[in-house]
Design a protein around this ligand. Sequence first.
Ligand code: AGV
Ligand code: CA
Length: 312
Amino acid sequence: MAKKHIYFNHDGGVDDLISLFLLLEMDNVELTGVSVIPADCYLEPAVFASRKIIDRFGNGGLDVAESNSRGKNPFPKDWRMHAFYVDALPILNESGKVITPVAEKPAHLHMIDAIRNTTEKTTLLFTGPLTDLARALDEAPEIEEKIERLVWMGGTFREAGNVHEPEHDGTAEWNVFWDPEAAARVWETNIEIDLVALESTNQVPLTPDVRERWAKERKYIGVDFLGQCYAMVPPLVHFSTNSTYYLWDVLTTAFLGNSDLVKVQTVNSIVITDGPSQGRTVETPDGRPVNVVYDVDRDAFFDYMTELAKKA
Ligand code: AGV
Ligand code: CA
């Protein structure tokens, strides 16, 4: 089987860190690099957690790069705290040491090196804002030719986004909202973009039945890890609130491992960078094409991720 070469840039949420874990279990994926941006996380615990996940579940050979990027609209502190909880889990601290090193270069330069040093084209997986990619393209525009595609958790074409902040109209998704200019910069390129938008992630909320399933199968160390991580964030019970957790990034990562789980349609779109709708992605005939994942087989998705976790 030809492996896909993946560079993964994430922002340290529970579903970002579970995505890293699942990538390490995929037979059809070769990770060429990992970097962390302090958007929906604090940098230090998110980098530590990433290094420990690679130590525990990977085969070595990777380092983790820190981003020095800054966004425009900060994430709520409560959400950014999640990385501390994952980093403190006993399963990641059993060995008492951290082997996977921190990279010398900041994330955007680390990614440029990884793309250049890989003979094959690289697929980019981004589960946070696109700031590091926008900066890498400014620094080394020629890497565009060596990017197979960008798979991104971001955006929505529905009326309702998931940003509920003062001075905003609620139409944006958070990964776009944190740095709308970065998304607009990437929209200017000819990179093939697969967008896992809220259309499909809304279909995979964390629910009590999913938690129960993982609890029942906790004899598998990887399934126990899922259960422990998803104990930290609120499930959907009666109705969706601002803090209700969905498997946004995990669906994005699963799509990369198995595209049969979802349905995709092409939409021409632009990114709004200013004003009360900043961070909104809008469908318009003269916009740039993106492949939007708009539907997912929910049960097949949860089966797929749980089976991957059992391999650990
Ligand atoms: O908008 C979804 C993105 C995903 O990359 N993140 C969380 C995922 O990692 C931001 C976010 C939106 N709502 C959230 C978020 C919530 N209720 N808790 C934590 N993060
Ligand atoms: Ca994320």
